[in-house]
Design a protein around this ligand. Structure first.
Ligand SMILES: NC(=O)c1ccc[n+]([C@@H]2O[C@H](COP(=O)([O-])OP(=O)(O)OC[C@H]3O[C@@H](n4cnc5c(N)ncnc54)[C@H](OP(=O)(O)O)[C@@H]3O)[C@@H](O)[C@H]2O)c1
Length: 278
């Protein structure tokens, strides 16, 4: 990141905090970060933990910044953007949106000029520098701005570009909501281990380490997930017995339905808080 870059965050909640933590960890100066949020408690937390500039006035935060990250909920997005349009038209910073379902044309319409916009779908493991973010840039984003956006998300995990905004709802379903699926699976495994008589603390530790170990194997191996699964499944063995029950229960179909529901909800949010709201 260039040493003279200033970044403003509109909304100082969970995702903003994880990105700020990542930036500071990479050596970005706290004095170059400005955060606006309506909650005094939230701002106090940000000052104490990160020593960044804080304000309850959004217009104040975006003054003289080259990058503005909108980190508010989708339902709060339009009301956060519109009052800043006049100020942003003058300074033309890179606009980054991490809101699920808010489409780039809507953000551009609310801003009222040909804004350089990068739409991003991050996820919560960013809090532990293990995030997975997908980024989409509109035509007005320069090569230098692409690098800035990419570096922001690489500070807290991996950052991958997509060149079609239509992929964003599917990405929201896969990696934006994805941590919850893995947590649910861990919860289910822990409960089942309890039913099989294991003490809860043993079950919890075994499940957590198994999830971590499987993820590491998948990341560090050249094989795909299907091959790794086959490699740990001996014919007629214990794993095969478990997997055949999951197969009979149509687990793949269940996941397809779940991800389709998440993707469709993303599209619905877009209609609810974007295109249909003037
Ligand atoms: N958390 C995730 O897993 C995740 C994953 C991917 C993407 N995202 C996206 O990231 C965005 C932020 O999520 P989050 O979990 O960080 O939400 P969050 O913790 O609720 O943070 C949002 C913050 O923005 C504040 N805010 C609301 N209206 C504002 C305004 N007009 N100006 C300035 N600040 C305002 C909120 O204050 P109040 O609470 O007082 O309203 C809140 O402190 C969402 O759009 C979400 O879709 C989140």
């Amino acid at each position: 990141m260039p040493g003279d870059l200033c970044i403003a965050f509109i909304g100082g909640g969970n995702m903003a905090r994880s990105l700020i933590g990542g930036l500071l960890h990479k050596g970005f100066a706290a004095t170059r970060i400005h955060v606006a949020d309506p909650s005094a408690a939230q701002l106090e937390l940000l000052r104490q933990h990160y020593s960044v500039h804080t304000t309850s006035d959004n217009a104040n935060a975006v003054q003289s910044t080259q990058m503005v990250v909108f980190a508010v909920k989708p339902q709060a997005f339009r009301d956060a953007v519109r009052p800043l349009a006049a100020a942003l038209t003058k300074t033309r910073p890179l606009i980054i949106s991490i809101a699920a379902g808010i489409a780039e044309p809507d953000i551009r319409r609310w801003l009222g000029y040909d804004a350089a916009i990068v739409r991003v779908m991050p996820n919560t493991p960013a809090l532990h520098s293990a995030g997975a973010a997908a980024l989409y840039a509109n035509h007005f984003v320069s090569v230098e701005q692409r690098v800035l956006a990419e570096n922001l998300f690489k500070a807290v995990g991996i950052a991958l570009w997509v060149d079609d905004e239509r992929h964003m709802d599917a990405i929201t379903a896969v990696s934006g909501s994805g941590p919850a699926y893995f947590f649910l699976l861990m919860e289910i495994l822990e409960a089942a281990a309890g039913e099989l008589g294991l003490p809860p603390e043993i079950a919890c530790k075994l499940v957590q380490q198994t999830a971590y170990g499987a993820a590491r194997m998948a990341l560090e191996s050249k094989e795909d997930a299907a091959t790794l699964r086959k490699q740990v499944t001996s014919p007629g063995g214990t794993t095969a017995a478990a997997l055949s029950v999951l197969q009979e229960a149509q687990l793949r179909g269940i996941f397809l339905r779940a991800l389709t529901a998440a993707r469709d909800r993303g599209a619905e949010l877009s209609r609810e808080f974007g295109r249909e709201s003037a």
